[in-house]
Design a protein around this ligand. Structure first.
Ligand code: MTE
Ligand code: MO
Length: 368
């Protein structure tokens, strides 16, 4: 509770989430806004130092299964047709496993609750369609996937092995050539900040954050599936023994919602209170957000605001009249156009990592 008092007196800032200084969570004040400011947008890096790229010598290489391999300067990228729209994304490891969340809410640990959902954000991005760049290079019929190479490399952060690995991820050709898949050079009207991939990053709308490769230096069109370390050894969930697929590799963001007001640790005065939050569902639409103020016994519909882009989160509000002072368990539950709803329980018990966890998260709140 001391932490909470301190927080109200200081300017909101990113919250470090591990000793390695590779991941910072967005503070609640940032997630309460329609668009998260650049300096409060979560950062997830695999190494502690960002590559510093000199625009004067920067080249974006496009090669592999293409008719005309390219080496584009930043100026040449800027001259191509510009697209600008909001995109929400979350790290695949954003929300924690149920045990962590239960402990954080039971003990009232504000910081742990903030970190629990803070590895996500919504911003307005500008850049060029990757499809335009690929068209310029002329993709051959033999192409299957497109691989994206970041300028950052080193030993893997957790095991130190392999001793030298580059941040590389691939996309299937259909997603790579979708006109909304961007090479972004601007974030909320500013040049892409260093931590977010200056000067150019891939931006894969509707997909989990790890697919949006930062500090992009290479686009390699492949005639086979890419099997690199961050493609096949990370960002997957181990399925149960009866599942015919050993792993699920995460791509599209699942249907999900968060409560942003009240913020973790906030004490609500008795009377009317407007609950607020956000909901999203990868490439799909959210059609319904429901709220429970009694731990999941009864549910009422929240009001969904129109979203400014097909890839931004929806903001929702719910006019709550608590019966009186006391402790309440709040929950939000989103449903998408395809009829998928957030599960009440953690979707995968076989894998302790919580990747892609979109369960309904109970939030304990005190009304006084
Ligand atoms: N080159 C490179 N790209 C990267 C990463 C990285 O470490 N290096 N991290 C990925 C992960 S796991 C996430 S969740 C997002 C985070 O983007 P942000 O730091 O701009 O929020 O970037 C992705 N792109
Ligand atoms: Mo991530």
């Amino acid at each position: 509770m001391v932490i909470q008092n301190l927080r109200t007196e200081t300017k909101p800032q990113l919250i470090p989430t591990n000793a390695g200084l590779r991941t910072w969570a967005s503070p609640p004040e940032a997630l309460q806004q329609d668009v998260v400011p650049n300096d409060l947008f979560y950062v997830r890096n695999h190494w502690t130092d960002c590559p510093e790229i000199d625009l004067a010598t920067y080249r974006l290489v496009v090669d592999g299964e293409v008719e005309n391999p390219l080496s584009l300067s930043f100026e040449e990228v800027l001259q191509m047709a510009r697209r600008r729209f909001q995109v929400t994304f979350e790290c695949c490891g954003n929300s924690p496993v149920p045990d962590y969340w239960a402990r954080a809410t039971r003990t009232g640990s504000v910081m742990e609750q903030i970190k629990g959902h803070g590895i996500m954000g919504n911003a307005e991005w500008a850049g060029v369609s990757l499809a335009d760049v690929l068209a310029l290079a002329g993709v051959k019929p033999s192409a299957v996937e497109v691989m994206f190479e970041g300028a950052d490399h080193g030993p893997d952060e957790t095991v130190g092995d392999p001793p030298e690995v580059t941040y590389e991820r691939s996309l299937p050709l259909a997603k790579a050539t979708h006109p909304d898949t961007l090479l972004a050079y601007e974030m909320n009207g500013e040049p892409l900040p260093l931590n977010h991939g200056f000067p150019l990053r891939l931006l894969v709308p509707g997909w989990y954050g790890m697919t949006s490769v930062k500090w992009l230096v290479g686009i390699h069109v492949l005639n086979h599936e890419f099997k690199g370390f961050y493609q096949t050894e990370r960002y997957m969930t181990q399925n149960g023994p009866d599942d015919e697929n050993y792993y699920t590799y995460h791509t599209r963001m699942k249907v999900k919602s968060i409560i942003t007001s009240p913020a973790p640790g906030e004490v609500i005065p008795a009377g009317r209170y407007t609950l607020a939050g956000a909901a999203w569902s990868g490439e799909d639409e959210v059609v319904k957000v429901e709220i429970s103020a009694d731990g999941g016994v009864t549910w009422q519909p929240a009001t969904l605001a129109a979203r400014p882009s097909a890839y931004s989160w929806y903001r929702w509000t719910y006019d709550w009249q608590p019966a009186g002072p006391g402790r309440y368990t709040l929950m939000s539950r989103a449903t998408n156009r395809s009829g998928e709803t957030q599960p009440l329980e953690f979707p995968n018990k076989w894998d302790g990592r919580g990747y892609g966890n979109n369960m309904v998260f109970p939030v304990e709140v005190q009304v006084r």
